[in-house]
Ligand binder design. Structure first.
Ligand SMILES: *[C@@H]1O[C@H](CO)[C@@H](O)[C@H](O)[C@H]1NC(C)=O
Ligand SMILES: *[C@@H]1O[C@H](CO)[C@@H](O)[C@H](O)[C@H]1NC(C)=O
Ligand SMILES: *[C@@H]1O[C@H](CO)[C@@H](O)[C@H](O)[C@H]1NC(C)=O
Ligand SMILES: *[C@@H]1O[C@H](CO)[C@@H](O)[C@H](O)[C@H]1NC(C)=O
Ligand SMILES: *[C@@H]1O[C@H](CO)[C@@H](O)[C@H](O)[C@H]1NC(C)=O
Length: 516
């Protein structure tokens, strides 16, 4: 005998082996499914439930509740007495199994309750997971309670055991009630304290950035116009501003984000590309048309692709450039259509984690955009792992020119380009990095510097500079963070609008008369 039940309808399906129990009633139009003369095998299989159901079925619904007391069900009873319970119409299949359906009214058995509890537990679990995926305080207690509830449900569901069901069910009920209460308390208290906390932080942040602005203006004159190179190199880096956790969650520690570093000042395309949770595979990204959309996580376009390696990606003039998975190929994707438009090898570049950065794997080939164009940072066997910079022609990805630096790439934690100058970063501690080295591609000269960079978490994965706002976009162990960069002003010369795509070493300052 097989006994199954659908929780939703509480339909009991009973199937019985033909020889033992089939009884033709009358002219063979109907079968009674249950009868005296059950073999021991089948009664034992359903000992607990059998007792239970026979009780239920043999009595009239009114009297059932008094008759059914779970403590009287005895699982060890090897020869329970079965009577003909009820005659129900059934049908026979090819294997000689009789199928018949018995409908029980809902309130007779705890299955309905079990179902409800299960769905409540599931709901709470979902809510909990949702909360957890955001940034939340301590949910350990809730987790324990829900884990307990889930185990109980599993136990109940596993074998259809009903013997100890009442006990388990009341435990489950209490546990779910506890969890529900905890969640409510957490939600209430969090909302209030979180809001208050947010407001305080907002006020403080406002004041701080005000301070920083005035200080910067005192220090370094008027701010640089977008895309301007009218300065004498990097001077300092602000504290980190945390924007948010990446949209795929905590487990996506590696990734990269930024703003289109192309020269179009009207473009405010932001992009976020958390790598898959293996910290290597670049398989999807989101595009936002504005910073506000990014912060609010709305109006985005989400693409999946499935052929990138590491977090060296950059976006330049609405195209994304990246290292093609498992190769030393560089590739270009049209972001309007998410189509691969170009793929070609980067001559002598090493790949597959041969010379990646310190603490950041699979970033052998690292793209960078700046005021002067598109660059790629990598290492070769000939360079003995030292970092090499090449300028790329964006239309065909051919290398236009290559420079060799003296820095062993795996010793750096990252690098970026600004106004044709490579800046290299090394880790100082778990909380600080240092921009310690610069290589100017216009002069071919290198020099050492020391600009400290605070970090929230240990590893800086993607690092991208945007010439439009002079910000450094950093993917810090799953968090989107940016830094404001300040540059040393030109002496006795106020910064003016410049033709910032010019390839001549020094920016051309147009004549006053040449402007309207
Ligand atoms: C979170 O709750 C657990 C269990 O109650 C406790 O051990 C832990 O100290 C709590 N953590 C914080 C940060 O309050
Ligand atoms: C529910 O909470 C009460 C009060 O804190 C506690 O006594 C009880 O053991 C909890 N029940 C379960 C199943 O955790
Ligand atoms: C990029 O894709 C868009 C949409 O399909 C298309 O209109 C545009 O011409 C493409 N650009 C290039 C350079 O392929
Ligand atoms: C890039 O390559 C294209 C196609 O070969 C060529 O027409 C263009 O002049 C190149 N751009 C630069 C800046 O050299
Ligand atoms: C600046 O103006 C002078 C005189 O009008 C002219 O000779 C010179 O070519 C101009 N330079 C630029 C960069 O326009």
């Amino acid at each position: 005998m097989v006994l199954g039940f659908g929780l939703a309808s509480l339909t009991i399906l009973i199937c019985v082996k033909k020889p033992h129990v089939l009884r033709e009633s009358g002219g063979g139009e109907a079968y009674g499914c249950l009868e005296q003369g059950w073999d021991t095998q089948s009664t034992l299989t359903v000992a607990g439930l059998g007792d239970f159901f026979s009780e239920q079925l043999s009595s009239s619904p009114q009297s059932l509740e008094e008759e059914f007391t779970p403590s009287s069900v005895n699982c060890d009873q090897s020869q329970p007495e079965y009577k003909l319970v009820k005659s129900v119409p059934g049908s026979e299949d090819e294997d000689g199994l009789c199928h018949c359906i018995v409908h029980l009214s809902n309130n007779l058995i705890p299955l309905k309750q079990l179902e409800q509890l299960q769905s409540i537990a599931q709901e709470l679990m979902d809510k909990y997971n949702q909360e957890l995926s955001r940034e939340t305080p301590n949910y350990s207690l809730l987790r324990l309670e829900l884990e307990g509830a889930r185990k109980l449900v599993d136990q109940l569901m596993a074998k259809g055991e009903v013997c100890e069901a009442e006990n388990l069910l009341s435990q489950l009920q209490s546990q779910v009630a506890n969890a529900s209460l905890t969640l409510k308390l957490l939600a209430d208290s969090d909302q209030r304290s979180l809001c208050a906390f947010r407001q305080k932080v907002d006020v403080l942040e406002g004041r701080l950035s005000e301070c920083e602005r005035t200080k910067r203006q005192e220090d370094s004159g008027p701010p640089l116009p977008p895309g301007s190179c009218a300065h004498r190199g990097l001077q300092k880096v602000s504290r980190p501003f945390v924007v948010q956790l990446n949209w795929r969650g905590f487990s996506h520690k590696a990734g990269v984000w930024g703003r289109d570093s192309g020269p179009n000042p009207d473009s405010s395309l932001y992009w976020v590309a958390p790598l898959s949770s293996d910290d290597r595979y670049f398989d999807s990204y989101r595009l936002y048309k504005s910073y506000d959309d990014l912060v609010l996580m709305k109006n985005y376009k989400e693409w999946t692709m499935g052929y990138g390696d590491g977090s060296g990606n950059t976006v330049y003039e609405s195209f994304m450039y990246f290292n093609y998975y498992g190769t030393h190929d560089i590739a270009k994707v049209n972001l309007s259509s998410n189509t691969l438009v170009l793929q070609r090898p980067l001559p002598s570049a090493t790949h597959n984690n041969r010379f990646s950065y310190a603490g950041v794997s699979w970033k052998d080939i690292d793209f960078a955009g700046d005021e002067k164009g598109l660059w790629v940072l990598y290492a070769t066997e000939e360079s003995k792992g030292n970092l090499v910079v090449s300028r790329l022609n964006t239309s065909n990805l051919e290398v236009e020119k290559t420079w060799h630096t003296s820095q062993f790439k795996p010793a750096l934690s990252g690098a970026f380009m600004a106004c044709g100058v490579l800046y290299a970063i090394r880790p100082l501690s778990t909380r600080q990095e240092e921009i310690f080295y610069a290589f100017d591609t216009t002069t071919g000269r290198e020099h050492h510097l020391s600009i400290l960079l605070d970090k929230m978490l240990e590893t800086l994965h993607g690092i991208n500079y945007s010439p439009l706002d002079h910000k450094l976009y950093v993917y810090n162990d799953g968090y989107l963070v940016y830094y404001d960069l300040s540059f040393r002003t030109l002496k006795h010369r106020p910064a003016r609008k410049v033709s910032w795509l010019s390839t001549v070493p020094n920016p051309v300052i147009p004549n006053k008369t040449s402007r309207p």
